[in-house]
Design a protein around this ligand. Structure first.
Ligand code: CO8
Length: 261
């Protein structure tokens, strides 16, 4: 696999690709060079048929403490506007395969937003979330105000965005931002995320992709359009080998063997 400077990649289980942000001196602050590498790694796993689920994580101390403030501080309006600053930082959201964020330590600003771009978030009890941009004279710019509002509602999102206060793993779990808080212990959240990714990777990749698309439609469409979209995706799966195999296996009381097609 490719060697990177700010990230690590590995294949910890069958069908699972793991990307670890690895810029420890800056608490994984998100910079343009880091995103160039992250995007390349994501694309590589996305086009690799042997990978069916991804896990994105940071270190014990920080998932990511936000966009790199030192890289941003002297930028001018015309530069960020004309250069479409941040536009290429959301490539993650174009991937068809499911992505699980395994968060421990700080997930602040762009770090929280990066987790929100993933499909499932698991949190260590040590996770600290927040959108502290207001404290440095700006607002979230990577989807924080939008995805957080969808996930936890307007009043909480407004309070967090306007005060910049951090929130705990327990709060994130109570509000439904994370699907669960795992046990404490070093590496626990990554272990759990890889186990979860393995379960997903054991299903039909084509059905998983359809499922992901259908759930995401709930955040884009009206209920009527979303229901129609879901039903059409359901119909379309009857054109796949895996639907025939899955249902035949059930009727024959055996385990299905997926061809992922
Ligand atoms: N940018 C640059 N460097 C950082 C950042 C950051 N966001 N966070 C930490 N670092 C650096 C520190 O400068 C320090 O470097 P050095 O040793 O050279 O001084 C090193 O990491 C360690 O940090 P601290 O010494 O501050 O560690 P502490 O344990 O004392 O504090 C904190 C940890 C509380 C996390 C603190 O570092 C902090 O407040 N960081 C900034 C948090 C923040 O404001 N984040 C939001 C940034 S703005 C943003 O994210 C805009 C989003 C844009 C969209 C992105 C889409 C994906």
């Amino acid at each position: 696999t490719t060697q990177y400077e700010f990230i690590l990649t590995s294949r910890p289980a069958d069908g699972v690709g793991l990307i670890t942000l690895n810029r420890p001196k800056a608490l994984n602050a998100l910079s343009t060079p880091l995103f160039t590498e992250l995007n390349a790694a994501v694309k590589e796993f996305d086009k690799d048929d042997s990978i069916r689920a991804l896990v994105l994580t940071g270190s014990e101390r920080a998932f990511a403490a936000g966009a790199d403030i030192k890289e941003m501080k002297d930028k001018e309006f015309s530069e960020v506007f004309k250069g479409k600053f941040l536009e290429s930082w959301s490539l993650l959201t174009t991937v068809g395969k499911p992505i699980i964020a395994a968060v421990s330590g700080y997930a602040l600003g762009g770090g929280c937003e990066l987790a929100l771009m993933c499909d499932i978030i698991l949190a260590s009890p040590t996770a600290v979330f927040g959108q502290p941009e207001i404290n440095i004279g700006v607002i979230p710019g990577g989807g924080g105000t939008q995805r957080l509002a969808h996930a936890i509602g307007k009043s909480r999102t407004m309070e967090l965005t306007l005060t910049g206060r951090n929130f705990t793993a327990k709060e994130a779990s109570d509000w439904g931002l994370v699907s669960r808080v795992v046990g404490e212990g070093e590496g626990e959240v990554v272990k759990e995320a890889v186990a979860l990714a393995s379960v997903i990777a054991s299903k039909s990749a084509i059905a998983v992709q359809a499922g992901k698309e259908a759930v995401n439609a709930a955040y884009e469409h009206t209920l009527t359009e979303g229901l129609r979209y879901e039903r059409r995706l359901f119909h379309s799966l009857f054109a796949t080998k895996d639907q025939k195999e899955g249902m035949a296996a059930f009727a024959e009381k055996r385990k299905p063997t997926w061809s992922h097609s």
